[in-house]
Design a protein around this ligand. Sequence first.
Ligand code: FES
Length: 185
Amino acid sequence: MANETAVAQSAQGAPACGGGFVGELSRKEFLRKLGWACFATYMVGSVLAMLRFMFPNVLYEPPTSFKAGKPDEYPINSVSTKWTKSKRVWVVRTPKGFYALWARCTHLGCTPNWFESERRFKCPCHGSNFTMQGDVIFGPAPKPLYRAAIAKTDDGQLLIDKGRLENRPGARERGDFFLPHAENA
Ligand code: FES
């Protein structure tokens, strides 16, 4: 009877001795553990990559604000192009105070030029013209130039922040977008 059982097991391909059967189980167990280890490594790697993406350690955005010097560096009734190239801003001083215009055309974003003799900004791309206040005189530009926030620092310099913009008549002449001379004394 025992012989018949051994023959039957051999016929089904099962190992004849107990040691071989244990070896087969160990290999399966090893492969199962290896699979889980690979999966766990993949998951941990994915989570770490996602966290790394969410918290970049390098900020490529340039700062939006900068100090533009002392108020008396700017003559009354002038448009200063001193910061146009480096900061893309014109500093305008009127008899009443200061504002900073963002040198970006509201049509497609080109940089207009200031023409002192005509007292206007002209965009070289499609011909939009703007007044000293930033209003559209003609051209495809759909709205006035934007003004950047302007304030005075503790050391008496103008502080311009392109991170805050305004171009609506009324709103742009007050608050953070116009610095009256009284605040410059
Ligand atoms: S980008 Fe200035 S007119 Fe088109």
